[in-house]
Structure formats: structure tokens, C-alpha cells
Design a protein around this ligand. Structure first.
Ligand code: 39S
Ligand code: ZN
Length: 786
């Protein structure tokens, strides 16, 4: 029998039950045991779904109250000293303080999980970090599953990936946060080959880390666990040689008689280059992502060791299209002939990144629906493939035929092709992605037009999405209020935001995005070629979810999308009103994208739609237009060799969206979650007049790179961390701006928060922005132009 299994299941709940329970718990509306009960019920339900699908091994430990990396930090006891945890087990107070910050401490840093829109909490290490088993959640989940008759396969993030995704921090810096300096001497490890700014290399922590992993494995074995899934997605990255070298040491230490059998799981890319090394590891099996990297199979099939299983991920865990089962079977049958029952079948990666169940989408167009598979449907696909291998294709002739018909229907559907769109893309000329003049001329024209002060202040776009706003939208969607009433309510919100900004003394205003459910979904709903769902939520971080639109066909813009709201907002004020759009790369990256044409082609189509919107805004008298590209960095391929190609089409798409305007129209862009020190030339190549970036959490670290590279255009380094409820003091922001002024000439600096304010409350936003405006004024007073 061919073993079928799953790598991870969505945990937020079909109706976002976990989100709702978490947010109620944080507000003090429910107690800890009620939250835990919600978690337990969701785990049980999700295991039963997977068991009912007929899978042999079911992941356990993929559930999390916030994030799986944070869970690993709790399990391993990697709790930074500033959270005041000593020993024992990590309680909810400590766990959520690390996740979200509390009165005493800021949260751990949060960043993107590989090239996904999921965010993880970055493990933080000092030279003194010690590990110790500090959570029993995983063992309890295993017992829970066993009690329900489920064959659990616990999921752990492997030591290499866990350390790689973490960050060194100087012990002094950590202490300075809130604790008096410790008297202890400097315990830096100089054994590490690479010494970091923090004075040590986190790889040097491996010797302290491995015994805790071994202890976890031994405990699982004692519980009767046969297989453990060790996720090592970091192996698909460009890893330094000493990190790759550590792999042998890690698995020699862990794959012992005291541990369950280890399935070493890779996903999101190819590990063909290290196939030899992986095959020699003492683990009991390997998992490969054949959706992202089908070519890597060959490197493994040659001399695949007799003592290992090979799990092949042939069902796409990152996208929502129904699988090509015929093609998958052809691959699998060939491997089966070589490996026999050592071949396992699974989705390519955890299903965390797709919505839960397509059956819930009753409103979706039936034709489009027939092309799709969400997590529950993907499990069925895995099982059908397993059955076909064991009992022949005839045994599943019906589902195979249905899948074939759906794919053929999709390929031939007239709805996906729009000749006008392809013609327009084909007709693009080299000049279409260039502004009329170079930046210095534009800058002069814009200064003349807007006459802004030095250190102009602005915000990134959204203001708080209050309950009243969400309620009005829900009522409108349910037909409880008319379009006119909804419009009036949103205009009221826009007016409120404008008046508040005027009172605060901001220089460039925004309308506040009250009318948008999400910065990508909102545009998807208005563009042709996109479809959107009702319940297809995907976790973005913690309790926050998104409903990515589905791009199924050629993209075009039937009518203006933002012009009337923006014109209304501008009519309320004499100050410049910034038009607010989402850029082509971000719309692409945060949607489920068609897989029947290159991403670059789809990006160009979106770029043309946004270009039309930009021009319409300009025609409506909007002089400053921001085109957000927060996913620009996230879209960067995982391997360096693929960067150039991506950056060329991504920056061209942005320029096509932005370049249809006059010199005196000022184009802004915004990026957050951005470690882009290494792609600054490509950022400069976007040629935005102004870029706002996230810098406050890293204390302007990123800005140094902009200074060194001599970034030519204007920059707004974020001076206020909007992910925290904390209100930053004026002096703090002055200090950040002074630091910024030392690397970027003051006449090129803007003053703004790190990102939009939609997740905050007005009570937090108002004082923070007041302090920000005061900081800008103080800087103006102490700086002379030129
Ligand atoms: N797509 C995307 N990715 C992104 C970001 C982003 O803004 N968008 N920002 C960065 C951080 N990620 C974030 C992701 C989500 C949210 C966020 O606030 N999401 C909201 C949902 C937003 C939304 O779609 N809201 C809808 C639906 C609101 C809703 O929940 N309605 C209920 C009805 C009300 C009820 O019954 O309680 C329902 O439909 O069930 C609306 O406003 O209309 C949430 O989880 O709470 C914030 C940041 C990176 N990635
Ligand atoms: Zn942002």
C-alpha cells in the first residue's frame, strides 16, 4: 500500500473560530480554559477531516495559538531574558507577550515565512541563550490525537531551519531594554567561524540546542510515535557551507534508536544540489516539493537508499487550482516502479497557505469552482493518487475523468482569454515604463507645485478599521443597507479622518481607506479576471487573516476603482490628498495566481490596469499618488540565481503602473517587512519620487544601506512602529530622524509611520501622530535648508 500523508492543515478554522476566540481572550471576554477548549475542538475536527479523507499519517503540532516558530521557541525554551521567564512551562502570558508585546516588553520581531504572506516570530538569540524543554503542548496534542484513534505524525521545525531563521542579538542590547546591566562577564563564543554584529554566530548554539531536540524525540517515541516530520525548508535557500556542513552533525545526533523515524521535509524549492548529502543522512525518509521543483526528482531517484522512504509532494499546497492528476500519476507510477512501497504521497508543503474547504463557497461561479481545490479537496487528490497507484487507474476512473474534464474546461474557457489585454501587453513600447523626465527635474516641478516644508509629514494610507466601519460593510453586503447609505457612512469616515489629520497638522493627507476590506481584495473585486470568495481565509499572522482573490484570467479594469472616493476626500481639504493604490507586484503576490502563464505576464496585465487608475486620479486633480508594494521583497525568488530575472520584470511592472503621469505628479511607493539591503539598486530602479519604508523596529538599521548606496530619490523612513499599541514619544522620533539625517540629506527626508494604521485604535493613533508632527517641527527648527 502506498502511504499517503499531509504536512500541515489550516488551523484558523473554517469560520475563523480561532481568530475570534483569540481576540475575545485578549480583550478579556473569555478565559484561558475557553480559549484552550476552542483550540482542542479545532484540532479534533481537523484531524477527523484528514482521517476521513483516508490519509495514513496525520500531522500533529501544526496547530498553533499564534505561530509555529513561536511554538518551537516555547518548546525549546528560547525565551529572551527580557520576558522574565525562568524555568518550567511557558504560560499564555509569556507566550502572547512574545507574540504581541505587553506593557513591559515589545514583541519579538515578525517577518515573512519564505516567499509567502505568512509571518513568523523571529527567534532571538544571545551568546548566553540556553535551551530547555519548556512546553508540553506538543506531547499533549499527541495524546489527544491518539485518544481519538488518529495516527499522529508530530511536526517539528528542524534545528537547522530554526536557527537559520533566528537572529543574533547582543546580550547588552537585550538587557538595556528594561533590565539593569548584568554584572556577568562577556560570555561570547568565539568558536563560531563567522562573527556577527552581536559578537557571535547563532550556529554556535547548535551544541546546546541538539540535546533538547533529542529529548523531545525520545519523549515522542515513548508516547508511541513512529514517525516525526522534521521541516527543513531552509535547505532550499542559498546556505553558507558551514550551515550545510552542520546538517550531517544534526541528523547524526537526532536520528538514533532513541527517536521515532524521521521524515526530513523540504519544500518551496529544489534541494537537487545537495541530493547526495541528503541521501547519506541517517534519517528514514525525505520529502520533496515536486510542484515548485519537479526537476529535482532525477537527482534523488538515482541510487535512492534502500533504507529510506521518499515522499513526493505532487499536490500544490500554495495555490488553489485542481491538480493535474494524470500528469502526477505518470510521475508517481515511474517512481513506484523503482521504489515500490517506499514511495509516499503528500501535498507539496503544509496546507496552511490555502483556504480550508471549497464546499463552503456556495456563491462562487460553478464553472470557476470546478477548477479549484482547497485544503480538504487537496487531501482527496492525494488519496486518489494513492488509490490509483495501489489498485490501478481504473479503480479511480471517475474522479480522474472529472479532474481531466475540469482542467480541459479551464484550458478552453473563453473567460480566461481577453484578446484586447494580450494585444495591449504586446504593444507596450520601451518608453512606457519611463517617466517623462529624470528625477531632478521632477523633483523641481513637484517642489514648485506643492511647496511642502522640510521633513514633510504624511501617513501610509489606512486609518483604524473600526467596528462601525466593518459593521456597515457587513450590513451592505447582506443587503441590510442600501449602496447610498453605505457610501454615505464611508464618506463620513473619510471626512472624520481628514478633519483629524488637519487638526494634527499633517502636510500630505490620505483618505484613510475606510471603504476597503483589504488592500488587495478591494482591487481584485473590481478587476476583470479576478474572482473572490466568501470564506476562503488564510492566516497572515496571529489572528489576522486575508482572503486572497483568485486571478483566473486576463486582467483588465472595466472602470475607475478609487477615483470618486479620492476626489471626495480632496474636496474636503486644501492640503494635498494622496491617492492610494496597491501595486501590480503586491496584487500578484497576495492573490492566488493563474498557473497557465508566467507570473511576469500577469503582473504586466495588472500594471496596465493600475496605470489607467493612476492616470484617472491625475486627471481628477490628485497630485500625489502612492502605489504600495509591500510584497515586492517577498516576491523575490528564494535562490539568488533567479533574482535578476524577477527584479527586471517586477520593477518594470511598477514603472509601467507609475509612468503615465506628468513630472509634477508625485509618485510614492511604500514597502514594509523589507530586508532589502541587498536589492537597493532594484528599488532605486522603480524610480518612485518618494519611498516610505519600515525602519523603526530596527532603529534605522536599514537606512544605513540607503545612505551607503546613495539612494537618489526621496525617502520616508518609518519613525513609529504601528504593530504595537505603544505610543512613541516625540524625543524617540526626533532621535530616529536625527539618525536618518546623518545618512540621507534632510531635504530628501519625509516623516511617517512604518505602515498603515488600520489595525490600531484612534486612541493610540492620535497621540502618536501628534508626537510625530512635533518631532518633524523640532527637526525643521534645528535644520537649515541646503
Ligand atoms: N492581503 C494582505 N496581506 C497583508 C497585509 C494586508 O493588509 N493585506 N498586510 C500585512 C500584514 N497582514 C495583515 C493581514 C490582515 C490584516 C487584517 O486586519 N485582516 C482582517 C480582515 C480584513 C478583511 O477582509 N475585513 C473584511 C471582513 C471583515 C469581517 O471579518 N467580517 C466578518 C463579519 C463580521 C463578523 O461577523 O464578525 C465576516 O465576513 O465574517 C471587511 O473589513 O469587510 C482580520 O483578520 O480581521 C491586517 C494585516 C502583510 N500582508
Ligand atoms: Zn506597510
Amino acid at each position: 500500500m502506498t502511504l499517503t500523508h499531509n504536512l500541515g492543515f489550516p488551523r484558523i478554522g473554517q469560520r475563523r473560530e480561532l481568530k475570534k476566540a483569540l481576540e475575545s481572550f485578549w480583550k478579556g471576554e473569555i478565559d484561558e480554559s475557553t480559549l484552550r477548549e476552542t483550540g482542542r475542538a479545532l484540532r479534533a475536527k481537523h484531524w477527523q477531516i484528514q482521517q476521513a479523507a483516508g490519509l495514513d499519517l496525520i500531522p500533529v503540532g501544526d496547530f498553533s495559538y499564534y505561530d509555529q516558530m513561536l511554538d518551537m521557541s516555547a518548546l525549546l525554551g528560547a525565551i529572551p531574558a527580557r520576558y522574565g521567564f525562568a524555568y518550567g512551562t511557558v504560560d499564555f502570558a509569556t507566550y502572547f507577550a512574545m507574540a504581541r508585546g505587553d506593557a513591559a516588553q515589545p514583541a519579538l520581531e515578525m517577518t515573512k515565512w519564505f516567499d509567502t504572506n505568512y509571518h513568523y516570530l523571529v527567534p532571538e538569540f544571545t551568546a548566553e541563550t540556553r535551551f530547555q524543554l519548556s512546553s508540553t503542548a506538543l506531547f499533549e496534542a499527541v495524546a489527544e490525537a491518539q485518544a481519538l484513534g488518529v495516527q499522529p505524525k508530530p511536526v517539528l521545525i528542524g534545528p537547522l531551519t530554526y536557527l537559520w531563521l533566528g537572529k543574533e542579538r547582543a546580550a547588552q542590547a537585550e538587557r538595556a531594554e528594561n533590565h539593569p546591566p548584568a554584572v556577568a562577564g562577556c560570555g561570547h563564543s568565539h568558536a563560531a567561524p563567522r562573527v556577527h554584529a552581536a559578537g557571535f554566530d547563532r550556529l554556535s548554539l547548535l551544541d546546546r540546542l541538539l540535546p533538547v531536540y533529542a529529548e523531545i524525540l525520545a519523549r515522542l517515541k515513548a508516547q508511541g510515535v513512529n514517525w516525526v516530520q522534521m521541516d527543513e525548508p531552509a535547505l532550499v535557500l542559498d546556505l553558507p557551507a558551514e550551515w550545510l556542513g552542520a546538517l550531517d552533525r544534526i541528523y547524526a545526533a537526532l536520528a538514533t534508536a532513541d527517536a521515532p523515524r524521521i521524515l526530513l521535509t523540504t519544500y518551496f524549492g529544489s534541494v537537487a544540489e545537495i541530493a547526495g548529502q541528503l541521501k547519506r543522512l541517517p534519517v528514514a525518509g525525505l520529502h520533496l516539493d515536486l510542484v515548485r521543483a519537479s526537476g529535482q526528482l532525477e537527482a534523488f531517484l538515482a541510487d535512492y537508499p534502500a533504507d529510506k522512504v521518499l515522499s513526493l509532494g505532487v499536490v500544490d499546497g500554495r495555490n488553489v487550482w485542481r491538480a493535474d492528476l494524470d500528469a502526477a500519476l505518470s510521475t508517481l507510477e515511474a517512481v513506484r516502479a523503482v521504489l515500490g512501497e517506499r514511495l509516499w504521497i503528500a501535498p507539496s508543503c503544509s496546507l496552511l497557505h490555502v483556504p480550508m474547504d471549497l464546499e463552503e463557497e456556495s456563491g462562487l461561479d460553478p464553472e470557476l469552482k470546478s477548477w479549484l481545490a482547497f485544503a480538504v479537496q487537496k487531501l482527496d487528490e492525494v488519496k486518489i493518487l494513492g488509490t490509483a497507484l495501489d489498485h490501478g487507474r481504473e479503480s479511480v476512473a471517475e474522479p480522474l475523468a472529472a479532474a481531466r474534464a475540469a482542467r480541459q474546461g479551464r484550458r478552453n474557457s473563453t473567460r480566461i482569454h481577453n484578446p484586447a489585454v494580450s494585444a495591449r501587453v504586446a504593444a507596450l513600447t520601451p518608453g512606457d515604463d519611463q517617466r517623462r523626465s529624470a528625477f531632478p527635474q521632477r523633483q523641481a516641478a513637484q517642489r514648485e507645485r506643492f511647496g511642502l516644508p522640510l521633513f514633510p509629514t504624511t501617513t501610509i494610507g489606512s486609518f483604524p478599521q473600526t467596528d462601525a466601519i466593518r459593521r456597515a460593510r457587513l450590513q451592505f453586503r447582506k443587503g441590510m443597507i442600501e449602496a447610498a447609505a453605505y457610501e454615505q457612512a464611508m464618506q463620513g469616515e473619510i471626512e472624520y479622518a481628514v478633519r483629524r489629520q488637519e487638526a494634527l497638522g499633517l502636510d500630505v493627507l490620505v483618505h484613510g481607506e475606510a471603504e476597503r476590506n483589504d488592500m488587495v481584495e478591494y482591487f481584485g473585486e473590481q478587476l476583470e479576471g479576478f474572482s473572490f470568495t466568501r470564506h476562503a481565509w488564510v492566516q497572515s499572522y496571529g489572528s489576522r487573516c486575508v482572503k486572497p482573490p483568485i486571478i483566473f484570467g486576463d486582467v483588465s479594469r472595466p472602470r475607475p476603482m478609487t477615483v470618486s472616493w479620492t476626489r471626495y476626500a480632496q474636496s474636503l481639504t486644501e492640503r494635498p490628498m494622496k491617492g492610494m493604490l496597491t501595486g501590480p507586484v503586491t496584487i500578484l503576490q497576495w492573490s492566488f495566481v493563474r498557473d497557465d502563464q508566467p507570473r511576469a505576464e500577469t503582473a504586466l496585465q495588472i500594471a496596465l490596469a493600475i496605470r489607467d487608475e493612476v492616470r484617472d486620479l491625475e486627471r481628477a486633480g490628485i497630485g500625489i499618488i502612492q502605489i504600495d508594494e509591500p510584497a515586492y521583497r517577498e516576491g523575490l525568488p528564494l535562490r539568488k540565481k533567479d533574482w535578476e530575472d524577477y527584479l527586471a520584470w517586477a520593477s518594470r511592472s511598477f514603472r509601467i503602473a507609475a509612468s503615465g503621469v506628468d513630472d509634477a505628479t508625485q509618485i510614492h511607493t511604500h514597502m514594509c517587512y523589507s530586508e532589502f539591503n541587498d536589492i537597493l539598486p532594484a528599488i532605486a530602479a522603480m524610480d518612485a519620487d518618494v519611498i516610505t519604508i519600515e525602519t523603526s523596529r530596527s532603529q534605522m538599521e536599514l537606512l544605513d544601506a540607503f545612505g551607503q548606496f546613495d539612494y537618489p530619490n526621496e525617502i520616508g523612513p518609518g519613525v513609529y512602529d504601528i504593530h504595537s499599541p505603544r505610543v512613541p514619544a516625540t524625543e524617540e522620533m526626533i532621535a530616529l530622524l536625527e539618525k536618518a539625517s546623518r545618512v540621507v540629506p534632510p531635504e530628501r527626508l519625509w516623516v511617517n509611520p512604518d505602515c498603515g494604521l488600520k489595525t490600531r485604535k484612534w486612541e493610540e493613533v492620535e497621540p502618536a501622530l501628534r508626537n510625530m508632527v512635533d518631532a518633524a517641527r523640532a527637526l525643521r527648527a534645528s535644520t537649515r535648508r541646503g
